[in-house]
Design a protein around this ligand. Sequence first.
Ligand code: HEM
Length: 151
Amino acid sequence: MRKLFTTMALMGLITGAMTLTSYAGSNSPTVYKSLGGKKAIIAVVDDFVGRVAADGRINSFFEDAASDPARLAKFKKNLVDQICEATGGPCKYTGKDMKSAHAGLGIGSADFNALVEDLVATLDKFHVKDQNKNALLGTLGPMKSDIVEKP
Ligand code: HEM
């Protein structure tokens, strides 16, 4: 996992200025289909957001979102659309770009890694195969340099 993070961090450094569409790389629907389509992605996002909300390392970042059901629902929908699109599914992410969405939050590298750890725990719970897990993480890794503002 550490190796993967290092690779992802490097990819992030190299591709920091990319847009979401280019983050996603190829938009062949293979990974989307193997994940189980939109229903499965909704279940993954529900579980993942629950883990983040319970994660004392990073849940303070999400206090505002968690205290407003409409905002939380929108946040989850954005995540579903983002994962769906990034894995080649038939969705269109309409939220903010990653730099604007996280500007001023003061997210550090350890916070980013904690969130990815929570996502990995979710993917493991859903028995997502390593190949698909790595493909999904590979689409998120390059976003790191747009999200993290301090070491
Ligand atoms: C690859 C990793 C990440 C992805 C794909 C991601 C994705 C997103 C998306 C799609 C949004 C919604 C944008 C919008 O409202 O238009 C968002 C918002 C946000 N993200 Fe991230 N994010 C990531 C990492 C992080 C990390 C590491 C933190 C903090 C530990 C974080 C904290 C937040 C917060 C606080 C918001 C605003 C939520 C709200 O109040 O509505 N994100 N993120």
